[in-house]
Design a protein around this ligand. Structure first.
Ligand SMILES: NC(=O)C1=CN([C@@H]2O[C@H](COP(=O)(O)OP(=O)(O)OC[C@H]3O[C@@H](n4cnc5c(N)ncnc54)[C@H](O)[C@@H]3O)[C@@H](O)[C@H]2O)C=CC1
Ligand SMILES: N[C@@H](CC=O)C(=O)O
Length: 370
């Protein structure tokens, strides 16, 4: 994999603004955590601008409360302060708040199974869904089909750019290659922003658990960091990419090599933090082995010949997938046209700002297409 074509990604290419509606699209935002707060901040920054005129916020909820905001700025302030009406969140309230006319979009910035279970119904009812949550397309194949069918029924779109690569142009590149007649032969790379950050920072001297806490506090991990460390988040991402590439993989078909020791896996979420040092000894050993060979640890996902594998690998320092910094994802795609030298896409793969931008890019694209 030498001399690859590299897309150094900054933002998304300009799209044709064919039919921008006069009436703003009605938006419901679910989740006001790391990503949802950044969505609110970005929207508030658009107040009074051309972009702000296209999206109008009608409902905001998190796991504690739900409300209809008077303005985006007010919604951002209430979500940050935690002060809101005493109304509990209600998924039934979403469709009511969005009404029945015009372009309606749910932005899902949760990691919630209950919210994901509503995606297909909203889509079938004519409400578009834009999501950062991977549970819709990255779990069972049956659910993936259900979402496709609901989109066809409702004439709606499922914005998924933020589900893999936190908005990097991965899914859109795979789809563009296919639209141009290419078959996708293989995909390999680093798909986890938090694991990339961890293995870019871990030095084998300070405890690995301390770095996990830092990655969590920076907003890179899933709400439960075991979802990253177990490879589950990467499993979901390679499933989403595989399915977009035309490989109908079921979840169980992905071989996953977890980093989470049994004792940590068995704990309730509340007990995880105290038990994170369980990771330290095994990680120190793996780091030392790699270090002796002059290699780097990287958490790699591979899809080839209809099979997928996910796990930690020790790679030569000059290996094409060993590069990158911070939370960088680095993904190589082989297709008919990129058959010897892959297309390589690299850039930040986790973080509030990029993920929120990816969500709102998808929402604006839906508005532009009408
Ligand atoms: N943090 C990151 O860098 C990235 C995160 N994502 C995805 O974005 C989603 C959100 O991640 P974070 O913001 O980091 O998590 P978070 O834990 O900071 O926020 C989750 C939010 O969802 C809310 N929530 C939970 N259940 C809900 C329900 N039933 N109704 C309404 N709100 C509900 C919570 O109250 C919270 O506000 C996850 O699915 C994650 O995989 C995707 C790309 C990058
Ligand atoms: N926890 C995820 C966040 C983005 O999907 C990651 O580490 O990549």
């Amino acid at each position: 994999m030498s001399g690859e074509v590299v897309i150094a990604h900054i933002g998304v290419a300009a799209r044709p603004q064919s039919r921008v509606a006069d009436v703003p699209a009605r938006i419901a935002l679910l989740g006001t955590g790391t990503v949802g707060s950044a969505v609110l901040a970005r929207l508030a920054g658009w107040d009074g601008t051309r972009l702000g005129e296209r999206l109008s916020l009608h409902y905001v909820a998190n796991s504690r409360f739900g409300f209809r905001p008077a303005s985006t700025a007010e919604a951002a302030a209430r979500a940050v302060s935690g002060v809101a009406s005493h109304a509990p969140p209600s998924l039934d309230a979403v469709a009511v708040a969005l009404g029945t006319q015009g372009t309606r979009i749910v932005i899902d910035a949760t990691a919630s199974e209950a919210v994901t279970e509503r995606h297909a119904a909203w889509l079938a009812d004519g409400i578009h869904v834009v999501t950062a949550c991977k549970l819709g397309q990255g779990t069972s194949l049956a659910r993936w089909h259900e979402i496709r069918e609901a989109c066809a029924l409702g004439g709606t779109r499922y914005g998924d750019s933020a589900t893999v690569g936190a908005g990097l142009p991965l899914l859109r590149s795979i789809r563009a290659l296919q639209a141009g007649g290419d078959r996708i032969h293989a995909i390999a790379g680093v798909l986890s922003g938090s694991l990339a950050w961890l293995f870019n920072h871990y030095d084998g001297l300070r405890p690995f658990s301390g770095f996990v806490r830092q990655a969590r506090d920076a907003g890179y991990t899933e709400p439960d960091p075991r979802d990253d460390l177990s490879g589950e988040d990467v499993r979901r991402k390679i499933l989403i990419l595989a399915r977009a590439a035309g490989v109908a993989l079921d979840s169980a078909a992905v071989e996953v090599d977890s980093l989470v020791p049994q004792a940590l896996a068995a704990l309730s979420a509340a007990d995880v933090d105290a038990a994170l040092p369980e990771l330290d000894a095994p990680m120190r050993e793996r780091f030392a082995d790699a270090y002796k060979r002059g290699e780097k640890l990287r958490f790699i996902a591979r899809l080839e010949d209809g099979r997928a594998r996910v796990g930690l690998q020790s790679l030569p320092a000059d290996h094409p997938l060993a590069g990158g910094a911070g939370t960088d994802n680095r993904v190589a795609i082989w297709s008919d046209r990129y058959d010897r030298q892959p297309l390589v896409i690299q850039g930040p793969g986790a973080g509030a700002g990029v993920t929120a931008a990816g969500l709102l890019d998808d929402a604006l694209e839906i508005v532009a297409r009408g």
